[in-house]
Design a protein around this ligand. Structure first.
Ligand SMILES: [Cu+2]
Length: 113
């Protein structure tokens, strides 16, 4: 009997955890100009909770699918800002930005290439 109760409990908690996180999609703008920017931006989202992340250098739109609420569109934007790219909600720190390669300096009038 105890074993059955334990089994039911484990099953219920597993289901509860599974329902906790669901895959949601979002898109937001990320500043950047070249394919190096693209890898840097997409690499910043290479974590288990992110199922999909593709950035387009022409539209500046990042499309993503991720496990919510383990991560949020806002927390992903923070990750991207931390590697040097401004997003809708978060600006990259000056010291990180200035260490980007010259071809990636999107704030300095460098055109998409
Ligand atoms: Cu770049």
């Amino acid at each position: 009997m105890k074993a059955i109760i334990a089994f039911i409990f484990i099953t219920l908690t597993t289901v509860a955890f599974a329902q906790d996180n669901k895959v949601v999609q979002a898109e937001f703008t990320v500043e950047g100009i070249c394919n190096m920017c693209k890898s840097r931006i997409e690499n910043a989202l290479k974590i288990d909770e992110v199922r999909y992340a593709k950035w387009d250098k022409h539209s500046k739109i990042l499309k993503t699918a991720f496990l919510y609420p383990a991560v949020t569109a806002d927390s992903l934007q923070k990750r991207i800002a931390a590697v040097g790219h401004d997003t809708e909600n978060h600006k990259a720190p000056k010291d990180v930005y200035k260490n980007l390669p010259g071809c990636c300096l999107y704030r300095d009038g460098v055109k998409t290439h």
